[in-house]
Design a protein around this ligand. Structure first.
Ligand code: NAP
Ligand code: HSE
Length: 436
């Protein structure tokens, strides 16, 4: 039986998980493929650190170049992360005629356009299923499974760490930094966890999803990105009282004048499936013109789930590598010369309802000033709730839900509100998304 040799860059959370699957699932993989997969070499930074993965019989090195230049390696699996060295190594691997599998969403979102072009030139495959939503095969589902559809929009919880934090923050007394630390210990977080907390990781994933859904070039720098670090325990409590869950969503939609690409916290009605996606679980909804709404759910991070997608990609490469390039699935699901460089519409153009939370001095006349400013901007308050501030006895916490309003108009009203001398601290605004 033929054996395909793999070179692994990285033996961390996902690298270790990949070695475990290849070691423990050999027989099942052979049955699927009719071929063997063998790891020939693994590169890591620190050769002396003890690892749980069994690497007996595998060459270990701290010289990454050895992996991409290894004469026996057919497929390079990049699980190091980062956009510097990882990019150089993948480029070398491609130039050496090696196929590539990566879980590196930052690299695909920021440099995928040039990497896919290079791969096409050298007739090799670059697969990246694990880059989005960990163990959910969402790239395959949207790129191939929905190929008969014009996809109108997609939305999802696409960062496991962020969803884990928001879920744990519902527990009384939960502390943001302690919860983040647990997520790191569980192997969910990025090397720099601000990527998770500030929405950068979700923006990388949304960039990729939007490209495979709409057939547009990867445009990471155009994604509107807001993280979860400003969400307070009070916001989570108020959302709960009002019948919502706060979720960190990535959303992409096709509009008349371009595409909307955005990542931000959103209040989602508890009755919507997405509101019930908790902990490290991710979910992606995609709406196709023929199929209607579809939804994909599963673990979004962690060793086993992510490595499951990595190994599936390796199996796919082995099945397709000897086929003519024209018969393979294009990297972004559309023929490379058909990818559009479409305009991305400003967040100021979106129209939605908003949750507004502010701290104001608690005396007569303040509420009138606030409602007058909102009324002057044609913003209707559909719900208003007030309670004494827990932080300053002379203040009140005011919570409002508005009608649907254009973001640019809301911004003008919030700017006027923030000028009021009775307004204490920054005003919090969370978009409300019904995902219908
Ligand atoms: P990790 O645990 O930090 O592992 C990174 C590995 O790469 C380590 O083994 C490290 O070596 C090695 N490495 C890093 N820089 C290196 C260098 N300059 N030279 C040689 N080796 C180097 O990271 P991870 O969580 O597995 O993530 C890997 C990739 O998968 C990232 O792109 C990440 O975004 C992506 N991803 C992760 C998850 C997840 O749940 N963790 C899910 C989806 C995608 P040492 O071990 O010696 O330090
Ligand atoms: N840090 C990422 C997350 C890993 O938490 O979702 C999976 O891509």
């Amino acid at each position: 039986m033929k054996t395909v040799k793999i070179g692994l860059l990285g033996l961390g959370t996902v690298g270790g998980g990949t070695v475990d699957i290849i070691n423990n699932t050999k027989h099942e993989i052979q049955r699927r493929l009719g071929q063997n997969i063998e790891i020939a070499i693994i590169a890591m930074r620190d050769l002396n650190r003890s690892r749980s993965a069994d690497t007996a019989g595998i060459q270990l090195t701290d010289n990454t170049a050895e992996v991409v230049n290894h004469p026996d390696v057919d497929i390079v699996v990049e699980l190091m992360g980062g956009t510097g060295l990882a990019k150089e190594l993948i480029e070398t691997a491609i130039q050496n005629g090696k196929h590539v599998v990566t879980a590196n969403k930052a690299l695909i979102a920021e440099h995928g356009n040039s990497l896919f072009a290079l791969a096409q030139k050298h007739n090799v495959i670059v697969n990246y299923e694990a880059a989005v939503a960990g163990g959910i095969p969402v790239i395959k589902a949207v790129r191939e499974g929905l190929a008969a559809n014009k996809i109108e929009w997609l939305a999802g919880i696409i960062n496991g760490t962020g969803n884990y934090i928001l879920t744990e923050m519902k527990e009384p007394g939960a502390d943001f930094s302690k919860v983040l630390k647990v997520a790191q210990e569980l192997g969910y977080a990025e090397a720099d966890p601000t990527f998770d907390v500030e929405g950068i990781d979700a923006a990388h994933k949304l960039t990729i999803l939007a490209s495979i859904a709409f057939g547009i070039e990867l445009q990471f720098d155009k994604v509107y990105t807001e993280g979860i670090s400003k969400i307070s325990a009070d916001d989570i409590r108020f959302a709960e009282q009002l019948g919502y869950e706060i979720k960190h969503l990535g959303m992409a939609s096709r509009l008349e004048n371009g595409y909307s690409l955005r990542v931000h916290p959103a209040m989602v009605p508890k009755t919507v499936l997405m509101a019930n996606v908790s902990g490290v679980m991710n979910a992606v909804m995609a709406y196709g013109d023929h199929v209607g709404p579809t939804m994909y759910y599963g673990p979004g991070a962690g060793a086993g789930p992510t490595a499951s997608s990595v190994v599936a990609d390796v199996i796919d490469v082995i099945r397709w590598k000897d086929q003519p390039q024209a018969d393979r699935v294009p990297a972004l699901g559309f023929a490379a010369d058909q990818l559009q460089s479409a305009p991305v519409v400003s967040i100021e153009e979106i129209e939605t309802s908003y949750y507004i939370r502010c701290f104001v001095e608690d005396h007569a006349g303040v509420l009138v000033k606030i409602t007058t400013i909102l009324a002057d901007s044609n913003i209707n308050i559909e719900h208003l709730y007030q309670e004494p501030s827990t932080q300053k006895p002379s203040d009140a916490t005011l919570v409002m839900i508005t009608n649907k309003v254009k973001e640019s108009e809301l911004n003008l009203a919030l700017s006027a509100l923030s000028q009021l001398k009775e307004m204490d601290a920054e005003i919090m605004r969370i978009r409300i998304e019904t995902l219908g």
